[in-house]
Ligand binder design. Structure first.
Ligand code: DX5
Ligand code: ZN
Length: 236
């Protein structure tokens, strides 16, 4: 299976976003990852449809919008119109939150069971807009929650850090989740997001992931093309 590298512009210089996107293309990156945060689902605020639309204008690479927001259903159309090719929603928006994270400001958000009906409605809505539907889950949410949607999603994104910030340490619990998905026969994209670097990438690829998302490892490197080459060389 070949490996695709998806760079998260969260670690790019937002004053020079077009140049950052050119650097990605020149370095052999396969996809652009846009981290959308609302200050409610996660304790940080980043990018919305307006910037996503600007990203779209400055790259030919596929753009994935990772929606770390409450009520993603209110924004699916906006991100489709902004030109996102893949729209990724969080499992934790489609189920009853654990008591420890129900209140405002209690993070990370986690669930134990998915409301499959609501989740599938949004997955179908993304696909009806001609976009690929991605589904993701926080490190504390069990991977079994995804069972009801696996037949319909185009893309699973396994979070290997609690969402909110780039530059965090990789959480190894992601490895079991990836292996579980492959063992269930899930053959589409499995992306991993958070703490990817030369040390952690071989393990996630061995577990079965084929899309590696990176922000800080790529954008802080003196040799970004070398980073991409190194990650892609992990293909089995
Ligand atoms: C975390 C974001 C990630 C993050 C990855 O909330 O979803 O995409 O930017 O950053 P690194 O690669 O630095 O861990
Ligand atoms: Zn992300």
């Amino acid at each position: 299976m070949s490996i695709e590298v998806s760079t998260s512009i969260l670690s790019a210089d937002f004053g020079k976003i077009a140049e950052a996107l050119q650097l990605c293309a020149r370095s052999g990156v396969d996809r652009i990852h846009v981290d959308v945060m609302d200050g409610h689902f996660v304790p940080n605020i980043t990018i919305g449809p307006v910037v996503t639309e600007a990203v779209r204008r400055h790259t030919r690479l596929p753009v994935a919008a990772h929606l770390m927001i409450e009520h993603p259903w209110d924004y699916i159309d906006a991100f489709a119109e902004a030109g996102a090719d893949i729209i990724v929603v969080h499992a934790e928006c489609y189920g009853e939150r654990r008591a420890a994270c129900r209140a405002y400001g209690q993070y990370p958000k986690e669930i134990d069971m998915l409301d499959a009906h609501r989740a599938l409605a949004d997955i179908r809505r993304i696909k009806a807009r001609g976009r690929k539907a991605g589904f993701t889950l926080n490190p504390g949410t069990p991977v079994e929650c995804l069972l009801p949607v696996l037949g319909e999603v185009d893309h699973v994104l396994v979070m290997s850090v609690n969402p909110g910030f780039s530059g965090q340490k990789f959480m190894p619990s992601a490895l079991e989740k990836i292996a579980w998905l492959r063992a269930r026969g899930f053959e589409k994209d499995i992306a991993v997001d958070g703490g990817i670097n030369a040390g952690t990438a071989p393990e996630v690829v061995k577990a079965g992931a084929n899309v590696l998302v990176t922000a800080s490892y790529f954008f802080s490197s003196q040799d970004p093309a070398g980073v991409v080459r190194g990650l892609k060389s992990l293909a089995g």
